[in-house]
Design a protein around this ligand. Structure first.
Ligand code: 13P
Length: 248
């Protein structure tokens, strides 16, 4: 099928404590190494500590958001320079929770992806339709619009990002997209990327939305699904490890 190495990234969202993080990371480190690339995207206050815990291990770490600005009067925001100073490898941008609760636009998401790449941090750019959009037959239009702004903003650098398809209706609901539904959208996104970049076939497209140990292998077995962005199942070492193993 493809030579793409799979990537499994945990998105802890606003969960964790120093004690819980230590236990979770301990469990993941003990279970590794994995055949897939593995990362955890953690809340901002824990970035430094998690970075120290994971230093020298095969598990990478990332942030869940970054500012689209270099620096300045942006109270509460975190810059990519700050992240890179600690060795941050990935940053999730455009998660549907940030689009919904913080009003992030497609252009702001694209600007965040661009500034992250400029610091050598790989953006994991999230796209996905709501239930209403899917039911209205707008899935293709929505995800293509979200991705097209990123393609336009990044130009040839588009080949350096990771894309995560996360149907909003599947996030935290236990309603996973079927492998066929997910593959269909991944194939559309891959085709859109091919039209923009010769590197599209080497790019990793992750699926996110209620990925669990019992459905991960079938999802990851689809030709254009190159791993997952994991929410709830990333919070328990046994579950996350099982999902990582399902990726190879
Ligand atoms: P769940 O795995 O909890 O559905 O969350 C998915 C997600 O939003 C990952 O970014």
């Amino acid at each position: 099928m493809s030579a793409r190495k799979k990537l499994v990234a945990g998105n802890w969202k606003m969960h964790g404590s120093r004690a819980a993080n230590a236990e979770l990371l301990g469990g993941i480190l003990q279970a590794g190494p994995f055949g897939a690339d593995v990362a955890v995207c953690v809340p901002a206050p824990y970035l430094g500590e998690v970075g120290i815990t994971l230093a020298g291990s095969a598990v990478a770490w990332g942030a869940q958001d970054c500012s689209a600005h270099e620096q300045g009067a942006y109270t509460g925001d975190v810059s990519v320079s700050m992240l890179s100073e600690f060795g941050c490898r990935y940053v999730i941008v455009g998660h549907s929770e940030r689009r919904a609760y913080h009003g992030e636009t497609d252009q702001q998401v694209a600007d965040k992806a661009k500034i992250a790449l400029g610091k050598g941090i790989t953006p994991i750019v999230c796209v996905g339709e709501t239930l209403a959009q899917r039911e209205a037959g707008q899935t293709e239009e929505v995800v293509k619009r979200q991705l097209s702004v990123v393609i336009h903003t990044l130009g040839q650098c588009i080949g350096e990002i990771v894309v995560a398809y996360e149907p909003v209706w599947a996030i935290g609901t236990g309603k996973t997209a079927s492998p066929e539904q997910a593959q269909e959208v991944h194939a559309l996104l891959r085709a859109q990327l091919r039209a923009a970049s010769q590197r599209a076939d080497g790019m990793r497209l992750l699926y996110g939305g209620s990925v669990k140990p019992d459905n991960a292998a079938t999802l990851f077995g689809q030709p254009d699904i190159d791993g997952g962005l994991i929410g709830g199942a990333a919070l328990k070492a046994a579950d996350f490890v099982a999902v990582c193993r399902a990726a190879g």
